[in-house]
Write a protein that binds this ligand. Structure first.
Ligand code: ZN
Ligand code: ZN
Length: 213
């Protein structure tokens, strides 16, 4: 098995978790034995989030997608954004807020759960009024946490340990863009995403009756 940052391996990770006996849990209550908290911070692409969400649903898994209201890369208020949230819900996933500190505006689109975007250590694990902070005590512990930041696992890809049931519980943070677009480095993956975006933007321009001749 190759630990590539590709959806085929993400599927293997989800299957490994199932084989290891983990339960796909949400951030509604603190993590307990056997819980796997699938967390996705959606920084760049709703399209990538939806691809991952469909795959998880096929595998009988559910996750929490943290979406931004202040992203420069996507607009949650657009028809595309509204449809993305509806589809995530339809597939059985949760939707939390990927917030930019210190603003937390939880409207009806979001469950009361927050993941800070690029947090500073000073407030990273601090509780938040009226919402769960995914990095607060009970949901986060460095030994039961893995993240794919910049296409690098700090403590290795967790598929073996998941399959073996080696974690008492786990919060697994993955960024859909890293898995949905090809590339063996973050730079390659981002360029692949931009190539895809270019085509998507051209289609949007045509739809908006822009003359592209
Ligand atoms: Zn792996
Ligand atoms: Zn982020």
């Amino acid at each position: 098995m190759s630990c590539a940052f590709e959806l085929t391996h993400y599927r293997e990770l989800v299957q490994a978790a199932g084989a290891g006996g983990y339960r796909f849990a949400s951030f509604e209550e603190p993590a307990g034995p056997g819980d796997l908290l699938l967390r996705h911070d959606v920084d760049l692409s709703l399209e990538a989030a939806l691809r991952m969400a469909e795959l998880e649903a096929e595998e009988g898994a559910s996750a929490t997608y943290f979406l931004m209201t202040e992203s420069v890369f996507y607009n949650l208020a657009s028809t595309e954004g509204v449809a993305a949230i509806a589809r995530l819900r339809e597939l059985g996933h949760r939707v939390g807020l990927h917030a930019v500190h210190p603003r937390v505006v939880l409207d009806e689109r979001f469950d009361p759960v927050v993941a800070w975007h690029n947090p500073e250590p000073a407030y990273m694990t601090e509780p938040i009024d009226g919402a769960v902070n995914v990095m607060q005590k009970g949901y986060f512990d460095p030994v039961t946490y893995r993240s794919d930041s910049n296409q690098r696992w700090r403590s290795g890809c967790p598929h073996e340990e998941l399959r073996a049931g080696a974690f008492p519980w786990l919060q697994l943070l993955t960024h859909p863009e890293i898995w949905a677009y090809p590339g063996s480095t973050m730079g390659q993956t981002m360029r692949a995403m931009l190539d895809f975006e270019r085509e998507r933007r051209l289609a949007q321009l045509a739809e908006d009756r822009i003359d592209l001749t």
